[in-house]
Design a protein around this ligand. Structure first.
Ligand code: FAD
Length: 283
């Protein structure tokens, strides 16, 4: 007998189902299917892609940008968003290929919590928060807290992610993203770096930097960020030592830890340099 499959149209119905039984949430299924290594999805499934209210990108009345949980990478690429989102859009264009970008969701990328999830570093540079709902109500968590380890999130029984929220304060400046892999496309990152820099008269007034695929979770480089603020943009402040102190890479089939340490620092310097060059050209 086939396992039950639910595809509600209303969020309230989905939350009721989620609290009443043990269900596997399915969005684009681009992580779920490869993980099962079967032709059909096993177990009772809650497909959330029928809930229209969960898809799309809007600006809230307080000026935050709200990306619904079933918003796909392709939706994001097409959305008119400020330059602060450029890094996230660059990451989106490198997630798999077009077929994956049309199907896969940003929230699925976060909930799968792979250390190599390309969406995480650029969302960290946007100070993203994760909105979670259950029949008990709504709560928000900083993305840096939401992903607690490899394949681990702080989602509790009966909860689902309903949106990713970028606060108004993070809409300033320009973002940039770089991914290092064994080839340019359709590749799992060896390291990826994201930056968002706000300049005023050539002086850095805000800097957010994040590195992924170099530890159990992506990390912000808060000490380097603090060093950069209040000075002209200077990539030499992103030292190999500072980066190595913030990350904890492992040896795996794609690269060894030492290669990741060296390349992550260089990739971050190039990310910030390219971002600075773009801003000079635009000015
Ligand atoms: C060929 C291929 C190439 C890929 N390339 C890349 C790449 O370059 N970079 C990259 O980062 N990833 C890549 N991926 C992985 C994947 O496409 C992304 O992580 C994608 O964003 C996952 O989204 P999804 O909607 O398909 O998630 P799903 O597979 O539907 O779900 C993933 C996990 O999240 C849970 N989940 C989903 N939505 C919610 C929600 N709203 N609330 C709670 N839990 C939820 C599911 O239960 C599941 O555990 C690739 C995958 C494939 C198959």
């Amino acid at each position: 007998m086939n396992a039950p499959y639910f595809r509600p149209k209303e969020l309230s119905a989905a939350l009721e189902l989620l609290v009443s039984q043990d269900l596997r949430i399915a969005a684009g299924c681009t992580d779920l299917f490869p993980a099962t290594e079967r032709k059909t999805l096993q177990g009772p499934v809650l497909d959330i892609t029928g809930i229209a209210a969960l898809r799309g990108i809007q600006t809230d009345k307080n000026g935050s940008v709200r990306m619904g949980a079933t918003t796909t990478w392709a939706d994001l690429i097409r959305a008119p968003l400020p330059p602060a989102f450029d890094g996230l859009k660059q990451a989106a264009r490198q997630v798999g290929a077009r077929q994956i970008q049309n199907q896969a969701t940003l929230a699925g990328n976060l909930c799968n919590a792979s250390p190599a999830a390309d969406g995480v570093p650029p969302l960290m540079t946007l100070d993203a928060r994760v909105e979670v709902q259950s029949t008990e109500g709504t709560r928000e968590a900083a993305l840096t807290d939401f992903i607690s380890g490899p394949r681990k999130t702080d989602l509790r029984k009966g909860e689902m992610v309903t949106a990713i929220i970028v606060p108004k304060s993070a809409l300033l400046g320009t973002g940039h993203f770089r991914k290092l892999g064994a080839r340019d496309y359709l590749v799992i990152s060896i390291a990826m770096t994201a930056a968002r820099i706000v300049l005023d008269g050539g002086i850095v007034v805000d800097a957010t930097l994040a590195i992924g695929s170099c530890g159990p979770t992506s990390v912000r480089l808060r000490e380097v960020e603090a060093l950069m603020i209040g000075r002209p943009l200077d990539v030499s402040l992103i030292s190999d030592q500072q980066v190595a102190a913030a990350i904890s890479p492992i040896d795996d089939i794609r690269a060894d830890a030492q290669y990741r340490r060296i390349s992550a620092a260089e990739l971050m310097r190039r990310t910030v340099l390219e971002l600075a060059t773009q801003q000079e050209v635009a000015a």
